[in-house]
Design a protein around this ligand. Structure first.
Ligand code: ZN
Length: 371
């Protein structure tokens, strides 16, 4: 068996229908996907959940009827939910819904009093992301700024209405460690209330702007729980400019709070290259690294029973968006390979199973089941 195939945790059937047969043709409309050609063709696999009405067909239930060829490489993926024991690992997909000027720690970052007058892009780019996810039959978590939600309430309703998870990215995109405890709490309460009113239910997840929860802000997790969130996704377990908790766990885990409560954490995904932790699955890192490296990093994480957390910003699928003034180094990090984000996102959705972060945390028993 080929290495990639062994890594798969799917409950899969090793099966192949006649390459031009009517059954295969019929499967095309039901989530039929290509797998990379380098996969060993003798372990062509169909995900059991994808069969739908074909599941009981004689052609699938009788291995003698399977027809294997060297060159074929197709896989079917469908909608029917699987239990964790029989499923491929689900990874977390997240979108930080903010504008093109919400880049932190720059002299040119406009102050909030100027935001209303700037050319806006977040609404249209988020709608495009919704279309891309709909095409890929994938759901994600959208961490929305309170400010964005007040300006575009219909956008939040559209995200929620399409079956995605609406979560919170704070209110005004301020850095946690610059706010202090009281201002941080006020910011979170305002944003959570705005978002909760729009979706008509509790908002479970929070992500700090710039992953700005540090070892120096231990009160932040207490505040997040006190405001009512059930999980956080702000920990960046590697060195980084605005954030970074370099020795934090790489797996989803729980913060133990001083009052005995717990807060689930879905950290960003990093690879370990020797003793160095390197991010590859979101933002500038996702844009910078070639797709095969990203895919291999997520496969390695999944092989270690670790779901990946991928994050994208709406501006990153819009290479024509306005730019802020900044140094050459920051310009590289902020804008490198913008044209690669959308193709990489489409490939990720095709190559891996993704779900909203809350669902992945439930898969792992870190969040109580949905009401
Ligand atoms: Zn942000």
């Amino acid at each position: 068996m080929e290495r990639g195939a062994r890594r798969s945790r799917c409950h899969l059937l090793s099966a192949l229908l006649p390459s031009e047969g009517p059954a295969r043709e019929a499967l095309r409309g039901a989530g039929y996907r290509r797998v990379p050609e380098r996969l060993h063709p003798q372990v062509i696999r169909f995900s059991a959940r994808g069969f739908g009405r074909f599941e009981g067909s004689p052609a699938l239930s009788d291995p003698a009827a399977w027809y294997l060829t060297w060159s074929d490489s197709d896989v079917v993926r469908g909608e029917r939910p699987r239990s964790r024991a029989e499923s491929a690992m689900r990874n977390g997909l997240s979108i930080d819904v903010e504008e093109w000027w919400h880049i932190l720690n720059l002299p040119s970052t406009p102050t909030a009093d100027r935001w209303d007058a700037l050319p806006a892009t977040v609404e249209r780019n988020t709608h495009r992301l919704l279309e891309i996810l709909a095409e890929g039959k994938t759901h994600a978590t959208f961490f929305v700024l309170g400010w964005v939600a007040r300006r575009y309430p219909d956008l939040v309703r559209a995200i929620d209405g399409a079956g995605h998870e609406v979560a919170c990215h704070g209110d005004m995109h301020d850095l946690c460690y610059e706010q202090g405890e009281a201002a941080f709490e006020a910011d979170l309460r305002s944003a959570r209330e705005t978002l909760g009113d729009l979706v008509g239910g509790p908002i479970l997840g929070y992500r700090a702007p710039g992953f700005s929860i540090l070892e120096s802000t231990p009160w932040a997790y207490e505040v997040i729980r006190r405001v009512g969130f059930e999980y956080d996704s702000s920990v960046f377990p590697a060195a980084r400019q605005h954030g970074g908790v370099t020795d934090a766990p790489r797996d989803p885990y729980e913060h133990e709070l001083s009052d005995g409560q717990r807060l689930a954490e879905f950290p960003m995904t990093v690879a370990e290259w020797g003793r160095v932790r390197v991010a590859f699955a979101g933002g500038g890192y996702l844009r910078l690294f070639p797709y095969p490296l990203i895919r291999s990093g997520i496969r390695s994480a999944n092989k270690a029973d670790r779901p990946a957390c991928v994050y994208v910003h709406p501006r990153e699928i819009d290479p024509g968006h306005p730019r802020l003034e900044m140094s050459a180094g920051r310009r590289f990090r902020s804008y490198v390979n913008l044209t690669s984000t959308e193709p990489k996102l489409r490939r990720l959705i095709r190559d891996f199973d993704f779900a909203p972060l809350a669902e992945v945390l439930r898969d792992r028993g870190l969040l109580s089941p949905a009401a």
